[in-house]
Design a protein around this ligand. Structure first.
Ligand SMILES: *Cc1c(COP(=O)(O)O)cnc(C)c1O
Length: 429
């Protein structure tokens, strides 16, 4: 396409989509690459603005957004409730310090306690930090309650828990750890959904060889391929933990805050956590993380753990707006309904290409489509082709497509995404 055609197309789009705003935004990719660290393999588009479930790139091209900042923009883009909450809050006070009481933090904590099985909340800024807090709490619990000198935390293979040193160690995927050794002591890995392996790793406690302090696990593995937890497995894990005093810690960074059609992913499994973490969707795209704890909250004493930005008024105002909107707009119902619609459509596509797809799975609006390992096509190939056609989806590993749209997604948008994907696959095979 010639630059002239591009400009003309943009002018046409400008007229049809927005009457007042210019459709193109200045962006210098070379300058970006010269100045920003190359820690990401970025797709070649730059996003300029968003509204609802749609975003526009710097050339004015429109995309249907089924990535939502990786399961983060719970209310989509530019939601009026979120805009109002953060605008009002920044006018009043946006940051102080946890040296003082922060009313908004208390209000958010109350909502989280009332909408989960937890007793108290610690606030931070990201998923990795929330998991770090859980790991530290589990270790202190091991030393002070279980009397274990060198506590071990079990995590699952194919899991993902973050990018700090402790959380890449917790992450049961060598590709995230390679090159950053030495890793942190005290982590061991068990296959996901395999209760015998978990029991073997815990060992026989009668012999006085107690060493496992906690099991840190996702109710549904997100980055590891959108793999839901097995009901029976989690019930048995809960029972083992109850019998042994081992803490059951759920990493709900991706599955929390309504994403699965319940407030928390573990509600789909009918088991409660001793500790669980949340981040991604919690602030609807404003950075905030949280560790929620039951019974053992007082293991942490003043001075044990902290975060400068954690739970600041701005981030908490955003999360409260997300929480209130989930309720006001009955979004959990929408998540269940649109999730079923999406999986039904994805299954229909998969059935048309039985050699290409081996599985469609997920809960609510975290859904995955798994590609046959024997075919050459990867999830990235399909993600790129879909992007060309105006649909944003994300890979979850080399062989799984991930669909995590905003929780406000409409039935028409689910249809449009499914139709685009179908066309894209037809053109690829
Ligand atoms: C994204 C994610 C994390 C890490 O969250 P950050 O905010 O990137 O630190 C941890 N656990 C799970 C399950 C995640 O999906």
């Amino acid at each position: 396409m010639s630059p002239e055609t591009l400009v003309q197309d943009n002018v046409a789009e400008n007229i049809s989509n927005t009457e007042t705003e210019a459709a193109t935004t200045d962006f210098d990719r070379e300058q970006f690459d010269a100045n920003v660290m190359h820690t990401y393999g970025r797709f070649p588009i730059a996003i300029a603005r968003g509204e609802g479930c749609r975003v526009w790139d710097t050339d004015g091209k429109e995309y249907l957004d089924f990535v939502a900042g990786i399961a983060t923009c719970t209310l989509g883009h530019a939601h009026p409730a979120l805009i109002e909450a953060v605008t009002e809050q920044i006018k009043k006070v946006h940051h102080v310090s946890n040296l003082y009481y922060i009313p908004k933090q208390g209000q958010l904590a109350k909502w989280l306690v009332e909408h989960s099985g937890c007793d108290r909340v610690f606030f931070c800024n990201s998923g990795a930090e929330a998991n770090e807090a859980a790991i530290k709490l589990a270790r202190k619990y091991a030393h002070t309650v279980l009397d274990i000198a060198e506590p071990v935390i079990l995590t699952a293979k194919s899991s993902f828990h973050g990018r700090t040193l402790a959380t890449i160690t917790a992450t049961g995927q060598p590709k995230y750890q390679k090159g950053f050794e030495p890793l942190v002591d005290g982590f061991e890995y068990i296959p996901y959904n395999d209760i015998t392996a978990a029991e073997d790793a815990i060992g026989d406690l009668d012999e006085g060889n107690r060493r496992v302090a906690a099991i840190l696990i996702e109710p549904l593995q997100g980055e590891g391929g959108v793999r839901p937890g097995d009901l029976e497995y989690f019930l048995r894990l809960r029972k083992v933990c109850d019998e042994t005093g081992i803490l059951l810690i759920f990493d709900e960074v991706q599955t929390g805050m309504g994403r699965t059609g319940k407030y928390w992913g573990h509600e789909n499994l009918g088991v409660e956590a001793d500790i669980f973490t949340s981040a991604k969707g919690l602030g609807g795209g404003i950075p905030i993380g949280a560790m929620m704890c039951k019974k053992f909250c007082d293991v942490f004493e003043p001075g044990n753990h902290a975060s400068t930005f954690g739970g600041n008024p701005f981030a908490c105002a955003a999360a409260i707006a997300v929480a209130e909107t989930l309720e006001k707009e009955n979004l959990l119902h929408n998540v269940v309904e649109k999730g079923e619609q999406l999986r039904k459509n994805l299954r229909a596509i998969a059935l048309n290409y039985p050699d290409l797809f081996v599985d469609v799975r997920g809960w609510g609006l975290i859904d995955g489509m798994e590609l046959n390992r024997d075919v050459e096509l990867t999830s990235i190939d399909i993600v790129k082709a879909a992007m060309e056609e105006g649909l944003l989806i994300a890979p979850a590993g080399p062989k799984v497509l991930r669909f995590v749209p905003p929780l406000i997604v409409s039935s028409d948008e689910v249809e449009q995404a499914s139709e685009t994907l179908s066309k894209v696959i037809q053109a690829l095979v």
